[in-house]
Design a protein around this ligand. Structure first.
Ligand SMILES: C[S@@+](CC[C@H](N)C(=O)[O-])C[C@H]1O[C@@H](n2cnc3c(N)ncnc32)[C@H](O)[C@@H]1O
Length: 99
């Protein structure tokens, strides 16, 4: 393993879309996040995702047996992330929405 990791942009069913348009322009690939999380934490650890977007880090963290707290300031992204997390973790918490 080197310190340069390549992963293509998110496409296909993993990509959240509204009709033909991506919901979030910077949605990260779960495969890359899984690698980062496993390389830097142990099962049961807490992962902090301060700029959540669609909370892909939390999705990968739960799948890898970690806990996760996320924040997202934009209500529209927060709403999609909350729905997404409700489907993948027993008691997900995506925190913080703004104004
Ligand atoms: C690069 S995107 C994160 C994308 C995310 N990794 C994903 O896969 O969907 C950064 C996010 O941080 C959010 N953001 C910016 N400032 C913030 C703040 N002060 N608190 C919480 N979220 C913030 C933006 O609205 C944006 O959705």
């Amino acid at each position: 393993m080197t310190n340069v990791w390549h992963e293509p942009a998110v496409r296909g069913p993993e990509r959240f879309k509204e009709e033909t348009r991506a919901v979030h322009g910077n949605q990260k690939p779960l495969k890359l996040l899984d690698r980062i999380i496993r390389a830097s934490s142990d099962p049961g650890d807490v992962v902090w995702e301060p700029f959540g977007g669609l909370c892909s880090v939390a999705v990968a963290a739960f799948a890898a047996g970690r806990r996760c707290y996320s924040a997202e300031i934009a209500p529209a992204y927060h709403a999609v992330a909350s729905t997404r997390l409700a489907k993948c973790a027993p008691r997900p918490r995506a925190a913080v929405s703004a104004a």
